[in-house]
Structures are given as C-alpha cells and as structure tokens.
Ligand binder design. Structure first.
Ligand code: B1M
Length: 209
C-alpha cells in the first residue's frame, strides 16, 4: 500500500517532522495502528542492515530513531487502553551499558495496551536499580531489554542481584532484545523470553495469571 511505503521511506529518511502527520493520515484512512507500526519497523530494519554494513552513520541512524519516536507518539493512545484495570505491574528497562530504547519503548506500549502497569526505568540500568524499582513498585515482572552482545552478561548479574536481595521468588524476570535467545534465557535462569513486543505482552499476561 502506497501510504505504508511512504511511512517506511520517511522513517528511513529520518524525517521526524513529517512522520506524525503521515501516521495520522494513515490512521484516518483506516489503516490499523499495528500495520503502521509494522511499516515503521520495516523502515528501521533497513536502517539496521545498512548501519551494520557501515553504509549509514550514527547521526543518520539517530534521525530515523527520532522519526520512530515521533510516529510512536501518535500510535501510543491507539495501542494502549488508558482505562484498563491494571492486571499487574512491570518494571521495564534496558540493561546497564545499553542505550538502545526503541524496542524497550515498544514493549512498554504493548504491555500497557494489554492492561499492565508499566514502570519504565530507562536505559543503562544497573542490576541493583532493577531490584530497588521492583521493591518500590511491588512489581510482578521485571522486564529487561538488551540489544548488544556486550550487554547480555548483565542478565545473569540481574538474576544474582534479585537472589542476593532475597526476592528472586517474588518476581518473574523476562528478557528480550535482538541478540537474546530462548537458550540464553533458560541458561541464565530467567523466567521468560520474548522475541518481539507482541510476544512480550502475551507472555507478561500469562506470567501475571
Ligand atoms: Co546500535 N547496535 N549501537 N544504535 N543499533 C545494533 C543493536 C547493532 C545490531 C547494529 C549493527 O551493527 N548491526 C549493533 C550490535 C551488535 C552486537 O552487539 N552484536 C549495535 C552497535 C554495535 C551499537 C554501538 C556499539 C555502535 C557504536 O557506537 N559503535 C552503540 C552502542 C551504544 C550503547 O548502547 N552503549 C550503538 C548505538 C546506537 C544508536 C545510539 C545510534 C541507536 C540507538 C538509539 C536508541 O535506541 N534511542 C542504535 C540503533 C538504532 C541500532 C539499530 C540500527 C536498531 C535498533 C532498533 O531500535 N531497532 C540496531 C540494528 C538492528 O537491530 N538491526 C543496532 C528497532 C527496534 C523496534 O527493534 O530494539 O530489536 P529492537 O526491539 C525488538 C525486539 O528485539 C524485541 O521487541 C522489539 C520490538 O518487537 N525486544 C524485546 C526488545 N527488547 C525486548 C524486551 C523484551 C522482549 C522483547 O522483554 C523484556
């Protein structure tokens, strides 16, 4: 569809000013928020491929990120149910050393959309801050995002921090992010792994039941 193609291209071009209008136009034309999100992610996938081949510089990637964020702002109220009764509380963050937050933010949006209360504690979060936030918010789930192979070793540190605090059995620990696998999740003693934001929302609901 022409409108979705334009959204992917605008994401790739990193035009954060054009993105909200285009997203709104697509929604007004009856395209579903999920289809719009998929088109934005398709644009970001091309950015990712070219970034890995050194064909794009970091500032260009950041422009695409800003376009993604501006588009997501329009989608957020459509993907989340503001009046839903909370089914559980999730503390969500990107692990220490990891500044990537687009995937984390999408996970947060879809968790809220499925009726969970989300406490987003940001990026570059040390293990002990995950523990503090879980205690302070009486979290049912701690959700950790890791996008770098170099930040994956933070996951076992987070598990250990919860064990050391004596509350490992009181929270479910869920992980995700591009380099994470089910095998890694099992090996490090996490409770759940989700490949994408939709899967994370479904799993989180199951974990809260
Ligand atoms: Co970075 N980066 N980056 N980067 N970056 C990757 C991850 C990389 C694969 C690119 C590449 O080289 N091919 C590579 C990692 C390689 C590796 O570790 N093996 C990489 C690198 C190397 C780096 C730097 C080291 C580059 C440098 O400085 N030389 C640096 C590190 C900074 C740091 O974190 N300390 C860096 C920096 C950056 C930018 C700042 C430029 C920017 C981030 C901006 C931001 O997030 N605000 C950036 C970006 C944008 C990317 C790519 C291009 C796109 C990531 C993204 O947002 N994707 C990425 C390449 C790629 O992924 N193809 C790359 C879209 C997003 C929707 O997908 O985040 O995967 P994703 O989230 C998905 C799933 O993974 C899952 O659901 C989401 C949606 O379905 N998911 C979860 C995520 N978290 C989850 C949690 C869950 C469940 C599912 O449960 C809790």
């Amino acid at each position: 569809m022409e409108m979705l193609k334009k959204i992917s291209e605008t994401l790739y071009d990193g035009d954060e000013f054009a993105m909200p209008g285009l997203v709104q136009e697509a929604i007004d034309a009856g395209i579903t928020p999920q289809e719009v999100l998929d088109a934005m992610m398709a644009g970001m996938a091309i950015v990712g491929d070219e970034f890995s081949r050194d064909e794009l510089y970091i500032p260009e990637v950041l422009c695409s990120c800003h376009a993604m964020m501006e588009g997501s702002k329009v989608l957020k109220p459509l993907l989340t149910d503001q009046d839903a009764k909370s089914l559980g509380t999730v503390v969500l963050g990107s692990v220490q050393g990891d500044m990537h937050d687009i995937g984390k933010n999408l996970v947060g949006m879809l968790l809220e959309g499925r009726g969970l209360k989300v406490i987003d504690i940001g990026v570059d979060v040390p293990a002990e801050i995950f523990v503090e936030a879980a205690i302070a918010n009486k979290a049912d789930i701690v959700a950790c995002s890791a996008l770098l192979t170099t930040t994956m070793p933070e996951v076992p540190k987070i598990i250990k921090a919860f064990e050391d605090a004596g509350i490992r059995d009181q929270v479910k620990i869920m992980i995700g992010g591009a380099p994470i696998t089910q095998e890694f999740s099992d090996r490090t003693g996490c409770d759940a792994y989700a490949k994408d934001a939709g899967g994370a929302a479904t799993l989180a609901i199951e974990l809260c039941q």
